[in-house]
Design a protein around this ligand. Structure first.
Ligand code: ASP
Ligand code: MG
Length: 417
């Protein structure tokens, strides 16, 4: 059993779905194919969820944009004979319309998950119907009945014990399964999600539960690169990485792999391949157990959309452990991810992901006890395997707000240039 994962960019058009078919039909092994919402449909469905929850009149326009996008792809893929797909897709549209025709509950996160999940339900329904129309025996599997989470909506915590037997029953006997990334379900059949960009994580969880031979993430890049080709010249593919290196890179902001993906694979020593759906014959990158020292080139990661926050207690008391635990408690309650911290006797600085929805509210809360200063529009530049010369060259034209170095990694918080 192998797991393939296709992200939104790989299925953003009819051509993308045809390309998926060509890749999938060349696999000899039993296959589980995990698919994200098509293109930017998760963003589009977030707009639907927001309009619905806030009773805004743009709800119908936002919904129409989602239906229209899928209809274009369906029309192209099923030029003749689209009865099967029409019935299935109309059933999904009806379910979504039904949710939207009632009053929202009081929980935004609950509403968000049950609405946004339609991106993956639609993409997998369309792809599975297309594969069947091409003669492949593709089983559509509802992952919400296999991967079971608690009811922490928008970032469900997976219960691996319960999910294991359900997943094994649903997948192990199929030659080719098509299922959803990112979404899951509670024990009482409510829909949850695993956090934005979580489809890689779904693939890793399934690999772990099914004892898969390996996982391949099909991307629009040729593999794990040592830098973003849009920002750097002469970038190279890294052919082999250890799990540990991959975890470090994704934590620093390398968007090629979702941060939670590596752990479930490492626990069972399942290799992860990152390959190009544009050039599927290229080997890409392999992430696996690697004990010896791998000599890696310098790796450059730019984590954008960061904010640098400095907190000073109003009473000039020290930043002691008790204060720190309270600060992190507040950050956790807003689900903020911190990428770097620095402290002195009476001030504490953090670089973290910027969330425009909750930021002002969080700052207000912190201002009860702290003088708060912040810079938005900053980025965190990480150089793994740096040399002093390289660090110097990358930062020479930047104003540097915070700098940290250890033996392997140099990190700089700088204004976006
Ligand atoms: N469709 C979801 C998102 O865009 C999950 C994913 O793409 O991995 O966040
Ligand atoms: Mg996506």
């Amino acid at each position: 059993m192998k797991i393939y994962k296709f992200g939104g960019a790989s299925v953003k058009s009819a051509e993308g779905v045809r390309n998926l078919e060509s890749i999938v039909s060349q696999a000899d092994d039993n296959l589980v194919v995990v698919i994200s919402a098509m293109g930017k449909m998760t963003n589009a469905l977030e707009l639907v969820a927001n309009s619905f929850f806030n009773h805004r009149p743009d709800l119908s326009d936002n919904l129409k944009a989602v239906f229209d996008f899928h209809d274009v792809i369906i029309n192209d893929l099923f030029a003749d004979g689209r009865n099967e797909v029409d019935a299935l897709v109309n059933e999904l549209y009806a379910k979504l319309n039904d949710i939207l025709s009632h009053k929202p509950s009081l929980s935004y996160d609950f509403e968000y998950d049950r609405i946004v999940s339609f991106g993956e339900l639609l993409s997998t329904t369309i792809v599975a119907a297309y594969l069947r129309s091409r003669g492949l025996n593709a089983e559509w599997v509802d992952i919400r009945r296999c991967i079971i989470t608690d009811n922490n909506y928008r970032e469900g915590n997976v219960n691996m014990e319960i999910s294991e037997s359900l997943s094994r029953d649903a997948f192990l006997n199929n030659k080719l399964s098509i299922t959803q990334g990112f979404i899951a379900g509670t024990a009482t059949s409510q829909t949850t999600t695993l956090g934005r960009e979580g489809s890689d994580y779904t693939a890793a969880i399934l690999a772990n539960l099914l004892d898969a031979e390996d996982v391949t993430i099909w991307k629009d890049v040729p593999g794990v690169m040592n830098a973003d080709p849009k920002l750097y010249k002469d970038v190279e593919i890294i052919p082999v990485l250890s799990y540990k290196e991959a975890i470090e890179l994704s934590y620093c902001g390398a968007s090629v792999i979702h941060p939670k993906t590596v752990k479930p694979l490492q626990n069972k020593q399942i290799p992860l391949f990152v390959r190009s759906f544009i050039n599927p014959s290229e080997p890409g990158s392999k992430i696996c157990r690697y004990k010896q020292h791998l000599s890696l080139p310098p790796i450059f990661i730019h984590k954008k959309n960061q904010v640098l926050l400095s907190l000073t207690p109003r009473d000039f008391s020290f930043i002691a452990e008790e204060r720190l635990s309270k600060i992190f408690g507040i950050l956790a309650s807003y689900r903020i991810k911190t990428s770097l911290v620095e402290m002195s006797a009476i001030s504490f600085s953090l670089c973290m992901d910027y969330n425009d929805v909750t930021f002002n509210k969080m700052i207000e809360e912190l201002r009860d006890e702290y003088e708060v200063l912040y810079n938005t529009d900053v980025e965190l530049i990480t150089i793994r395997h740096y040399t002093p010369e390289i660090a110097q060259r990358i930062t020479e034209n930047h104003l540097i707000y915070v700098e940290q170095r250890n033996r392997l990694t140099a990190r700089f918080v700088v204004p976006v240039g």
